[in-house]
Design a protein around this ligand. Structure first.
Ligand code: HEM
Length: 468
């Protein structure tokens, strides 16, 4: 394993290790055998230091550990590391061009326009029209969702996905769906894509293995075509034709159409930008299902959430996102589930030769940022394996330590983090206000960390109505 020292110092090379005799796969085998793949990065950091160079198949990579180095990569030198890996899989998912994707594209003028355009909708400020309407539709969709809860064990994942999809389609496109067959199919299709992009494949580093995934890629092709058809027919409809440039943009879809008409982006780019954001509902739905997978084993946490709600809001009126300041423990529970899941930061790529922690990083190197360690290290958290929302509360206020970076940072940071917080708050708060979450007999609630995505068959829960 080689270490790259900064330009000033000489290159320091460690003695070659036996695995260097495996030229084809390089160090890929080092990442196997861990419950969470990123645990391998922690182990490498422990053995070789905080910036470790690896050859993964055909790809030159660097693993970055520790907050100081991760911040340097994301923020201080963020403009040197704002590209994303160019994996065959990403290209195939986005019509042969990964630049169509909001999350997997390299930094560009178009990406800046796309991000700027999104801000008003993904980071709505309190007391603006966008925030008011989001508040209303989170409350309404969530209350309608609660009507579906009955006496029998419930598979919450499809219910959460549907609730989130309704919220996203109403918020971004002003389109209201309920139980229409093509809407339900769209949700499943997005969930399949979400699962896929959250997997790591050896074929990403060894492209000659891609033929092994031929069937899966064909299926994904069908799935993404169906999504496109739904978006064109049922979401956009005649909105492009009837768009009036003299009126203020109502929703994100209108804003995209406005940009296409002004020719600041093309129509294909706009369509992908729309699909990527609507697809964000899968992230929130999967996340909430995992959160409940923790909560079901934590009756004391449930009780604390309910006590906080009973004391401040009561049981008569529904919870609103304007209540967040008073319901700090709900926010802390959302943070705690995000911490425990520890999903990875999307890898970055160096767009120029630069350095991290004093080590030289060559242009084109793929950078893995080990935020798993930031979320789960014994040095940073007391009893990190325990689900304990209290760690995010200080003096009665929500407290977020600097080393908690689940949404990355800098110019490529997550565009959806506010929505994750707002929608999760609304759904978790409303369920807890009205129900206790209990385990189903013989169901095992083992939440897999290291990824937000859950398989199709997830957990069933009992929802017991709270007494009024
Ligand atoms: C719990 C749920 C989520 C988590 C943990 C999460 C986390 C992340 C992380 C770590 C990144 C990479 C940041 C970086 O490179 O610095 C990212 C990027 C991104 N996220 Fe999220 N995310 C979540 C949900 C969402 C949702 C709901 C949306 C959409 C509404 C969204 C939209 C995006 C976009 C567009 C990017 C790419 C930004 C860019 O590359 O410029 N995310 N997310």
């Amino acid at each position: 394993i080689s270490y790259y020292k900064s330009q000033k110092s000489e290159c320091v090379l460690k003695p070659p290790s036996p695995w260097l005799k495996l030229p084809l796969i390089g160090h890929l085998h080092l990442l196997h055998g861990y419950e969470v793949p990123y645990q391998a990065f922690t182990e490498l950091g422990r053995k070789y230091g905080n910036v470790v160079g690896l050859q993964l198949g055909q790809v030159k990579c660097v693993v970055v550990n520790e907050q100081k180095n991760i911040r340097e990569t994301l923020v201080t030198r963020g403009s040197h590391f704002d590209y994303r890996p160019n994996f065959e899989r990403y290209r195939r998912l986005f019509s042969g061009n990964k630049e169509n994707s909001l999350a997997f594209c390299d930094w560009s003028k178009t990406q800046k326009i796309r991000r700027d355009m999104l801000k008003a909708y993904t980071f709505p400020r309190a007391f603006t029209n966008n925030y008011h309407s989001l508040d209303e539709l989170i409350t309404n969709c969530t209350q309608e969702m609660l009507q579906e809860f009955g006496e029998n064990p419930l598979d919450l994942k499809p219910i959460f996905l549907r609730c989130c999809a309704r919220i996203f389609l109403l918020h971004f496109c002003s389109r209201n769906f309920h139980m229409e067959a093509d809407f339900l199919r769209m949700i499943n299709n997005f969930d399949e894509v979400f699962f896929e992009v959250n997997q790591g494949y050896a074929a990403d580093f060894l492209p000659f293995l891609m033929p092994l995934h031929k069937k899966k890629m064909q299926k994904l092709n069908e799935v993404t075509s169906e999504i496109r058809q739904f978006i064109n027919d049922r979401v956009i409809g005649d909105k492009f034709q009837v768009y009036n440039p003299d009126l203020e943009h109502g929703d994100y879809l209108e804003s995209l159409i406005g940009h296409v008409k002004k020719e600041s982006i093309d129509w294909e780019t706009a369509l992908f930008a729309l699909e990527d954001i609507i697809g964000g509902h899968s992230a929130v739905g999967n996340f909430l299902t995992k959160l409940f997978g923790y909560l079901v084993n934590e009756p004391e946490v449930q009780k604390k959430i309910q006590d906080e709600i009973d004391l401040t809001i009561g049981k008569e009126r529904p919870i609103s996102i304007y209540d967040r300041n008073q319901l700090v423990y709900i926010e802390a529970t959302v943070f705690e589930a995000i911490r425990m899941i520890s999903s990875p930061i999307v890898p970055r790529v160096a767009n120029q030769t630069s350095s991290i922690g004093g080590y030289q990083i060559e242009k084109g190197t793929v950078i893995f940022l080990n935020n798993y360690n930031l979320s789960m290290s014994n040095d940073l958290w007391e009893n990190p394996e325990k689900f304990c929302p209290e760690r995010f509360v200080k003096n009665g206020k929500l407290y977020k330590p600097d080393y908690f970076l689940p949404f990355g940072g800098g110019r490529r940071s997550c565009m959806g983090y506010k929505l994750v917080q707002l929608v999760s708050f609304g759904i978790l708060g409303s369920v807890m206000q009205n129900f206790d979450v209990k385990p189903v007999k013989n169901e095992r609630y083992q939440v897999q960390a290291g990824s937000l995505a859950l398989g199709k068959d997830s957990f069933k829960f009992m929802l017991e109505q709270r007494k009024r």
